[in-house]
Design a protein around this ligand. Sequence first.
Ligand code: ACO
Length: 320
Amino acid sequence: MSFYVAGTGSALPEKAVTNDDLAQFLDTSDEWIVTRTGIRRRHILTHERLQDLAIASAKTALEDAGVCGAEVDLIVCATMRADTVTPSLACAVAEAIGSTAPAFDVNAACVGVLYCMEIADAFAASGKAKTVLVVSAEAMSKLVDWSDRSTCVLFGDGAGAMVLRAGEGRLAGELSTRPDTHAIRMPNIEGNSPYNQIEQERIVLSMDGGEVYKFAVNAMGHNIEEVCARAGLSPADIDWYLPHQANVRIIDASLKKFKIDKSKVLLNIDECGNMSATSVMVLLDQYAKKGTFHCGDKLLLVAFGGGLTSGAVIIEWKKK
Ligand code: ACO
């Protein structure tokens, strides 16, 4: 016994920032960003707190599933940066939905949601949880260096959520890590301990774009092959691909060898940019709300990110 997706939700900040907006203060252009990445706009936090978006998406997902907060047995939240180090974002969501279930955050960078789904699978399989609320929320605009054109143009903010209920639906999952602590790096605050002898690194996200690109293409291809094998499926059996939305060229390159019909590959990168852990979650909710998925469809979620982490999950869609 594992889980199926019973409901989804998402929330984006009100402010949308175009490539032309960025070109007002950065040496960049709409043409460069679109051709190198596929990104046209991204949503950026202004007056909202990240937890406002997380709570809004959680409430929408619960309503969509017809579940109340008291029925939730576990809350896991994928994020690299909650509003507070403690309490966790998951605890803020628990308070808002009236839940006393165990609640904690998971940091697996852009693969966070897939890690949360596999945690949910373990809880469901062991009988410890019948209803799991998975939330993702990322404030990438608060991590990047806004004077570094090679990173800040890539990211956006947002939140998403899904309600997973015990039953048949998850077909297979595969998570892995190729440890690399430099390719994508965001230092934490060192604090003011009088004993600390470690020099504070600059607290902005840095990235070796070329290295991450190569890793991403290989990892996504490998994870797709591996998760399909575990599910006893071939890549051609998948109805919908939901890849991490980091760069449309990475998506194309990693899927090329499978000769997949492009209409099966879902995208929102043009409107949202890379929202780290939240990308695949928002993608799932947006296409679910459009009525794209039908009962019995096989969806493959695949992602890579800082760590360097990667993973894939195949689910069968059960909602009508
Ligand atoms: N506008 C204009 N020019 C730019 C910009 C910009 N925004 N950014 C970089 N350039 C310039 C560079 O300075 C370089 O100039 P130079 O040749 O004079 O040195 C030139 O464009 C080419 O740069 P490249 O790095 O070779 O560009 P590339 O085609 O490789 O694209 C990119 C860069 C988009 C970052 C690509 O490498 C990429 O997508 N990598 C993966 C990044 C990724 O997926 N990150 C997410 C990880 S998950 C996470 O962080 C949570």
